[in-house]
Design a protein around this ligand. Sequence first.
Ligand code: AP5
Ligand code: MG
Length: 189
Amino acid sequence: MLNVIIFGAPGSGKGTQSERIVAKYGINHISTGDVLRAEIKNGTELGKTAKGYIDQGQLIPDTLMIDILASVFDSFKDSKGVIFDGFPRTIAQAEALKEMLATRGQAVSVMLDLDVAEDELMARLIKRGLESGRADDNEETIKKRLFVYHSQTSPLIDWYKKEGVYQHITGLGTMDGIFADICKAIEKE
Ligand code: AP5
Ligand code: MG
């Protein structure tokens, strides 16, 4: 199975590139952000809990997130692989993912780190906030999300380098150009 992690700061293009990866490689997509937003939309208990964190630009607690991830993963039947978008975001989540895959006889194939400069991230998310209105796409919350990324999530770069699956991707440029680089990195595996 092809198990891909698409990693990067808020606005780096994880969702955009995941769609292309799914279309080309026929694997399943798990976006933890999309899962949580759907729960909020449906007014579930989980959604109510998640909203408090998301609106503050904070991460949902690891134990909750890990359980959600495992249940979505196990819902895929005859899967050719999975793209993990927005997960893991902490070392605890990375360790849990490793163990979850190992107990199912699998492993992460590649971790793609979409690298985009901070001013570009801010510009993309402000623009999206004006157009499609995601509740956390306002300047104040974006700054919090970027802070959380630097403090809790970016340490995963070294963690995955040690695992030997890390691939740096320049996330600035055209969506097609970035996708071509992603395909090269995936096909190296
Ligand atoms: P999540 O939904 O994962 O949001 P995020 O990481 O902040 O990232 P985004 O979805 O905003 O950006 P993206 O990288 O997908 O970029 P996109 O393709 O959309 O998480 C939201 C919240 O949920 C978190 O803050 C947290 O509270 C919670 N959460 C989620 N997962 C969690 C976890 N594992 N643990 C705990 N909590 C969790 O692109 C952005 C914009 O840029 C778009 O408008 C796009 O059109 C544009 N764009 C894309 N590529 C380019 C390009 N090459 N050039 C120009 N524009 C581009
Ligand atoms: Mg996204």
